[in-house]
Write a protein that binds this ligand. Sequence first.
Ligand SMILES: NC(=O)c1ccc[n+]([C@@H]2O[C@H](COP(=O)([O-])OP(=O)(O)OC[C@H]3O[C@@H](n4cnc5c(N)ncnc54)[C@H](O)[C@@H]3O)[C@@H](O)[C@H]2O)c1
Length: 357
Amino acid sequence: MTSKARVILVGVGNAASALVQALEYYSERSSGHNLKYETIGGLRINDIEVVSAFDVVDGKVGHDLTEAIFAEPNVAPRLLEFNTPMGIEVKKGPLSDGISPMLAETLQISSKPDVKLVKEMKSVDADMVISLLPSGAKEATYAYANAALEADLAFIEAAPIRICSDNKWIRKFKKSNLPVIGDDLQSQLGGTRIHKGILEMLNKFGATIRNTYQLDVSGGSEGMNTLYTDRRMEKRKIKTDSIKRTLPYLTDDDIASGTTDYLDFLGNERTGYFWIYGNYFLNTPFKIDLTIKTMDGPNAAGTLVDVIRATKLAINRGIDGPLISVSAYGFKFPSVYVPEQDAVKRFEEFIAGDRAD
Ligand SMILES: NC(=O)c1ccc[n+]([C@@H]2O[C@H](COP(=O)([O-])OP(=O)(O)OC[C@H]3O[C@@H](n4cnc5c(N)ncnc54)[C@H](O)[C@@H]3O)[C@@H](O)[C@H]2O)c1
């Protein structure tokens, strides 16, 4: 067992781009610069190593990761230049349902043959696989999750597909003595995280919520991908279910949380609109109307660097099955609901070894 957190990336899109850049950026700045944890279980950012990566798109497959992360259609901000290649060639994975029909019209799928997933995963001495596939890529996600199981690797589900919160998958990972983490990454300053935080605070001080929405407009290929109705509804369901766990008295008719539209010129930017309507003392009505603008890539990477190190810690401790504290901290739909205000404390207790999972 190495002391490094060795990671396989599935999907070299905008989140992967920001993550790979973050590893380089923080290699010279190990503290400050909005890095929440300098070390997690003794692991610094420098201890995260990407050891393999899969994609399906021309311009990414067959290229060094340092080139692939800037290839079209990626739009994550370019924060630095890589002077030397990383020596990691992006491999062609199984396409399956990875690319939505609308996105397929704008992309060229690589003509290279698919690699043998399990063989490649086994060959790189990795610890974990992170799925950064597009929303709605269910069958592709299942293929990579099954390959991770066969290759004896932990699995982190960053897309809004139910793996870590699905009992069938939990049983599979537990049976193989492997950790599973997810589902649907919660960005460092994510819309769902902020929405839940505000709702919890209002609830705590005696307000009742009548109805609320948090809807995004974004650019980037994930934004275009969610123009496709089925995929948009998958994303909306997991985000809405996450809010419903916070305020169980609200019904589907009272909540909307998801993406509404795509605008190419926004690039990696996401505008999140929050609207909350409720009542406080003497049944007085109130309305909250807020907007946040963030960049998706860095927002994802800010959480990923913590989740990766905490997962490695769990592996070192021999913990298997769903990592509840790590998932509650870093994901919108963990297998067990933990209020947003307790999630950081719980994550830190896990890191300190005061909690088993
Ligand atoms: N802040 C964030 O970016 C954020 C937050 C929460 C959740 N997420 C989730 O993370 C995931 C990734 O987000 P993103 O912005 O990087 O998306 P993206 O569209 O930029 O990247 C997805 C990548 O997956 C690749 N891909 C598609 N099918 C594939 C397959 N079968 N095998 C291998 N690669 C395949 C695409 O070519 C692309 O490079 C999405 O599901 C998104 O919902 C992101």
